[in-house]
Design a protein around this ligand. Structure first.
Ligand code: UDP
Length: 344
């Protein structure tokens, strides 16, 4: 063994949030791919507090250890550095398959990798689910509707996607991921859940996420110009991350295997959104500027969430303004932390 004088003592005084006690019967073993990411880490929190055993998988392309560091060392939690493009072997009851870059600049950075993650990664998770008879939930996306010609978008709409556009790696990647889910369900009896996630925001979004909420908040906090791509008449509908997490868990624990939209139907133009955010950052002197529009940018997006209400009794609870205030506080603290060179 290691001589005593060489053994480095580990800090032992870490305290954890208290988690619910569960017996073997109701405690689930849950795999979360993308578990150190923005959505994944909030899902880790909720399921850990609820007393389940969690294995979080991440390749740290956009996920960060900091998002889950408060659980490291907890007996119910395991963090694994792994890329879902490669097979992974484990025994679990449920798989939340969230791994994929999700913001346009991140998924366009390496489109081939985005496609591999969503196709090979999904095949690997479905193969795992088949072997261990786990239920697998796919984090799909409103992007499967492309630049929609039906408004708001119900799950029955097939979408309007450019197969050769800059968004195709993500849109088509998720579309084939949905097809893979359905094929494994039909052919191999794998239990599947498909969540079509609409725009989501909240604490732990990446500083360089590049999506509209984080961009506008960071710009407003730093008194930099708020950059609207195009004329700002395009619309989005934003949900707060805890609502999304509640929806994912409700869907997983239902027995509904068709796609379900998870999003908040409160819709705003991006122009309105710039003003809303600036007004929520007291004293911000940011001006609002228009930049070149982005190719294939969906012009309108709002979920029809009647199916979620009927099938999984879910609807969003958090007001956009309340969520935005929490997110602004998060980024304010992050900006301060970065100024101190990343120290807490
Ligand atoms: N957008 C913008 N300024 C930014 C970032 C995004 O005007 O700094 C626009 C973008 O063109 C799109 C909308 O905001 O119309 C939402 O973009 P985001 O990247 O957040 O997500 P998407 O819904 O397009 O995936």
């Amino acid at each position: 063994g290691i001589p005593d004088e060489m053994a480095v003592p580990l800090p032992t005084t870490k305290s954890f949030p208290s988690v619910r006690y569960r017996n073997e019967e109701t405690r689930k073993r849950v795999l979360i791919t993308g578990g150190a990411g923005f959505v994944g880490s909030h899902l880790v929190d909720k399921l850990m507090l609820d007393g389940h055993e969690i294995i979080a998988l991440d390749n740290y392309f956009t996920g960060r250890k900091k998002n889950i560091e408060h659980w490291i060392g907890h007996p119910n939690f395991e963090m694994v550095h792994h890329d879902v493009v490669n097979p992974y072997f484990v025994e679990v009851d449920q798989i939340y398959h969230l791994a994929s870059p999700a913001s346009p600049p991140h998924y366009m950075y390496n489109p081939v990798k985005t496609i591999k993650t969503n196709t090979l990664g999904t095949i690997n998770m479905l193969g795992l689910a088949k072997r261990v008879k786990a239920t697998v939930l796919l984090a799909s996306t409103s992007e499967v509707y492309g630049d929609p010609e039906v408004h708001p978008q119900p799950e029955t709409y097939w979408g309007h996607v450019n197969t050769i556009g800059p968004r195709a790696c993500y849109d088509e990647g998720k579309r084939v991921a949905e097809s893979l889910m359905v094929a494994y369900n039909k052919q191999e009896n794998v239990k599947i859940r498909i969540a079509r996630i609409f725009n989501t925001f909240g604490p732990r979004m990446h500083m360089n996420d590049g999506r509209v909420v984080s961009n506008f908040i960071i710009q407003a906090l730093q008194d930099k110009p708020i950059t609207i791509y195009g004329n700002g008449t395009q619309t989005r509908s934003f949900q707060y991350v805890t609502d999304l997490v509640d929806g994912l868990i409700a869907l997983m624990n239902s027995n509904y295997s068709l796609p379900v939209n998870i999003g908040n139907p409160e819709e705003h133009t991006i122009g309105e959104f710039a003003t809303i955010i600036r007004d929520l950052v007291p004293g911000s002197t940011s001006e609002i500027v228009n930049q070149e529009s982005q190719q294939d940018d969906p012009q309108q997006r709002r979920p029809d969430i009647r199916r979620a209400a009927e099938q999984i009794q879910w609807r969003p609870q958090v007001l956009m303004k309340d969520g935005l205030l929490k997110t602004i506080e998060y980024f304010r603290a992050e900006i301060d932390r970065n100024k101190r060179g990343g120290k807490p």
